[in-house]
Design a protein around this ligand. Structure first.
Ligand code: ZN
Length: 77
């Protein structure tokens, strides 16, 4: 079962949840403040890089997961 990362819009808390793929985009409560104002982070790679900055950059990918693991963050090499 894949691990997804979520970010709470209310308190900014970031947490991971082990969910089946079909539940990935369904609402999940924040583990910190129990708000349901959460959104799924695009990927660990993006979030660790501070957001969307790397999405349009040239080069081989997201740096923090160079190599084969990039399949999990949507980059195509
Ligand atoms: Zn929260």
């Amino acid at each position: 079962m894949p691990i997804y990362e979520y970010i709470c819009k209310d308190c900014g808390h970031r947490f991971e949840a082990l969910r089946s793929m079909k539940d990935a985009d369904s609402p999940i409560a924040c583990t910190e403040c129990h708000s349901d104002q959460t959104r799924r982070a695009l990927s660990l790679c993006y979030s660790q890089s501070g957001g969307h900055a790397l999405a349009g950059s040239t080069g081989g990918g997201c740096g923090s997961c160079s190599g084969g693991s990039c399949s999990s963050c949507g980059h195509t090499h």
